[in-house]
Design a protein around this ligand. Structure first.
Ligand code: ADE
Length: 246
């Protein structure tokens, strides 16, 4: 088995790489790069991929850069070049639901692209011909996540995640996305990764820890909580990997 662990930003995958190399949990990428004994670095299509054996299992870790295009590119490379057979996405998201608070963990049941818009031709938001509005995550990985949460005594919520190439920091936009798609959280990569994995029939899972509420304070909160929430998500993903290996 080969497992991909993908994030969008460096901060989202540093805790994963630090854990693989058994470095201090808050190590930054430059420090990790200087101390890489077990991880092999590959550069493909202008992006870095970190390949390693973790507890005897092959893993490939990467950060795609922000946004749907980069995320789709990385997912494609992970599947086509590295031949991963599971993809776990880890990172942060803005809360749309009032039930979600900073630090909370949310696992996507399904994801949509809130900025995909050919409504001028009479199609619903998020839909293009031969596509679908929602892409579903893998039920077995979601179940595994629930078991890990129970084992660890951690609260894991489930919800619909909306993806788009915009950082949402506006109550009106936030409300439109929440209402139109029934979405609970917002980010900029998940659905793109989902569409690629779905097309290649690779089971995938998207976990996000809340960094902000997609409101007027969102950019400030994001900067404040990016590291903390990224680590929460990454720690949970690594607990899932431990459980898959066991
Ligand atoms: N990722 C984290 N917070 C976000 C927000 N408010 N909008 C889009 N992506 C995000």
């Amino acid at each position: 088995m080969k497992i991909a662990i993908l994030g969008a930003m460096i901060e989202e995958i540093e805790p994963v790489l630090a854990k693989i190399e058994q470095l201090p949990p808050h190590s930054e990428l430059d420090f990790i790069l200087e101390h890489m004994d077990h991880i092999q670095l590959h550069t493909i299509a202008n992006n870095r991929y970190f390949e390693a054996k973790y507890k005897g299992v092959d893993v490939v870790v990467a950060y795609s850069k922000i946004g749907k295009v980069y995320a789709a590119l990385s997912a494609s490379v992970l599947i086509q070049h590295f031949k991963v057979d599971r993809l776990l996405f880890s990172g942060v998201a803005g809360a749309l639901s009032e039930e979600l608070h900073i630090g909370d963990l949310v696992s996507a049941t399904k994801l949509c692209q809130h900025d995909l818009d050919i409504t001028a031709f009479g199609h619903p938001p998020g839909y293009v011909p031969e596509g679908k509005i929602y892409v579903q995550t893998d039920p077995a990985l979601r179940l595994l996540a629930k078991e890990v949460a129970k084992e660890q005594g951690v609260e894991l919520k489930e919800g619909i995640i909306a993806t788009g190439d915009q950082f949402i920091a506006d109550p009106k936009k936030k409300e439109w996305i929440r209402k139109t798609f029934g979405a609970d959280a917002i980010e900029m990569e998940g659905a793109a990764v989902g569409v690629v994995c779905d097309a290649f029939d690779v089971p995938f899972f998207v976990l996000r820890s809340i960094s902000d509420a997609a409101d007027m304070d969102a950019s400030f909160d994001f900067d404040e909580f990016l590291r903390h929430s990224s680590k929460r998500s990454a720690d949970f993903i690594m607990a899932m990997v431990d459980r898959i290996i066991r």
